[in-house]
Design a protein around this ligand. Structure first.
Ligand SMILES: [Zn+2]
Length: 367
């Protein structure tokens, strides 16, 4: 069972239609939770979460592909459990953390071909081509895109018609805030095209979360004019069983809104030298590889007693006779090294090979 004090926030920014965004919204959370081992303790569930997020994202992508629709979506998926914040993302929406020390950090990585050389290399190595749109006279215009498909992103959920090198494997980062708490600002690319992380954080400090989100959008509009989507979500993490303000802070006459666990960060004027000692953010986990073997690990528990294999992605049970054994790697990709990850069912294994660009005639890609 998952403890009840957990908050989950998600932002989806769809393209080429809204069906992928809607599908992800309706299914992603359940798919992530189904990949958390049964009976996990509070500690264990947080440790299992990064891997479950990978499984849940890939499962959701496979299910959406099976519908045969063509849209795609970015996902920024934020889980807050006490002081621990876990963020999984594909695409170019961002989540930033404004810690009480006044330090602003990025918890996501942009999967935008223009900004991410590593992703350009991966897409090319997996069989895609990266280039700009060609117009009259061979002039190249606009952002870098991958072909076929012409998408500017290198990761998303959906985009069935674009190519398997656009993968749904999220960048995952897990941090632990100090007991001083902090503020998360989660927003789609339209905001970040106009504002830096610092600008967004500064534009709304001291305001209640809901008002802060509106102000960030307003600030983006003022500085650049918004052309694209403008979703923005602000979450303050101030558990109520801790003092909201450090003892040295002069109290102001503002409302201190605290919900059961999470509430508003109150305006304060404590000097920053003091706060930075309090506001230290501990990094627990960060991984962004697009290789499933690296993301799912080798130590997946196998239910050996029942003789049944459970797929590490879709969680479907399969008797060994119907499936592939754990190390039957050469079956799908003769030239590759054996699969070193956990058991995958036939469908999920095909998906893995496709994402890595392993077709029958394609040379093996070893990163
Ligand atoms: Zn599966």
């Amino acid at each position: 069972m998952i403890p009840i004090s957990i908050l989950c926030q998600q932002i989806f920014d769809g393209h080429n239609g809204i069906s992928a965004a809607i599908f992800a919204k309706e299914n992603l959370l359940a798919n992530v939770l189904s990949a958390i081992p049964q009976g996990s303790s509070r500690e264990e569930w947080l440790q299992a979460l990064p891997r479950a997020l990978v499984a849940g994202f890939v499962k959701t992508d496979i299910e959406f592909q099976q519908k045969g629709e063509t849209s795609g979506t970015t996902v920024t998926f934020v889980v807050i459990d006490g002081w621990t914040v876990t963020v999984a993302s594909v695409g170019d929406s961002r989540c930033i953390l404004d810690s009480q020390g006044g330090e602003v950090s990025l918890l996501t990585v942009d999967h935008r071909l223009d900004d991410n050389a590593e992703e350009r290399e991966r897409v090319t190595a997996s069989g895609g081509e990266v280039g700009r749109l060609n117009v009259f006279g061979g002039n190249e215009v606009g952002p870098l895109r991958c072909w076929p498909g012409g998408l500017c992103l290198s990761r998303s959920i959906g985009d069935t018609d674009v190519g398997e090198f656009i993968v749904p494997i999220p960048h995952v980062k897990q941090v632990k805030l100090s007991s001083a708490g902090g503020r998360l600002i989660i927003a789609s690319d339209g905001i970040w095209d106009a504002l830096s992380s610092d600008m967004a954080a500064k534009s709304c400090r001291g305001l209640p979360a809901e008002l802060a989100a509106k102000l960030v959008v307003k600030e983006a509009l003022r500085s650049r004019g918004l052309k694209d989507d403008t979703t923005c979500l602000v979450v303050d993490i101030i558990p109520s069983d801790h003092p909201v303000l450090p003892p040295t802070t002069p109290r102001k006459k503002q409302n201190v809104l605290t919900s059961l666990l999470f509430g508003k960060k109150t305006q304060n004027s404590v000097n920053k030298a003091k706060l930075s000692a309090v506001g230290v953010v501990e990094e627990l986990f960060e991984e962004g590889s697009a290789m499933l073997a690296e993301r799912l690990g080798k130590d997946f528990p196998l239910d050996t007693n029942s003789g049944i294999f459970r797929c590490a992605i879709c969680q479907v049970d399969q008797p060994p006779a119907d499936g592939l054994s754990v190390n039957s790697g050469p079956f799908f990709s003769p030239a590759s090294k054996p699969w070193e990850g956990p058991f995958l069912c036939t469908t999920c294994r095909k998906k893995k090979d496709a994402m890595e660009g392993k077709g029958p005639s394609r040379p093996t890609v070893i990163s």
